[in-house]
Design a protein around this ligand. Structure first.
Ligand code: SF4
Length: 126
């Protein structure tokens, strides 16, 4: 009995296209393989999601003199999931001034990740 045990360690739903394939990450010994993807883009998505999951960050930033006290913002690229909390902490320290245009870069290169935090709407002065 020297066979390595095989087990499903994660099930990932591919969101690259509407088909939504369920992709299984399978562990055999020290190896991970993927099953259930219908195309190469799905395999790439599953590998990214398994080894380095990323998410678009959405939150708000305080605006000093804005028509509203907060402006919704988002990252212009996905951020590694394990850096989201640090990014949110940095954003929580920020305070910006109106007027702001949708798409303005409000925080450049956050945490030196090569990602900008941008305004999700216009916001005028009060
Ligand atoms: S694996 Fe391919 S076909 Fe399946 S959901 Fe992902 S992109 Fe679509």
């Amino acid at each position: 009995m020297s066979e390595s045990s095989v087990s499903v360690v994660k099930v990932i739903r591919c969101i690259v296209c509407p088909t939504g394939c369920q992709i299984k990450a399978i562990s055999k010994g020290s190896e991970i393989s993927f099953e259930g993807y219908a195309c190469k883009r799905g395999l790439e998505y599953a590998e990214q999601e398994y080894y380095e999951p990323k998410r678009i960050l959405t939150t708000t930033i305080r605006v000093e003199n804005g028509f509203l006290p907060l402006i919704p913002v988002k990252s212009n690229e996905p951020i590694l999931k394990d850096r989201l909390r640090d990014a949110l902490n940095e954003i929580a320290q920020a305070e910006i001034k109106a007027p702001i245009k949708m798409g303005d870069v409000l925080i450049e290169n956050i945490l030196e990740l090569g990602v900008n935090i941008i305004a999700s709407r216009d916001l005028g002065k009060h």
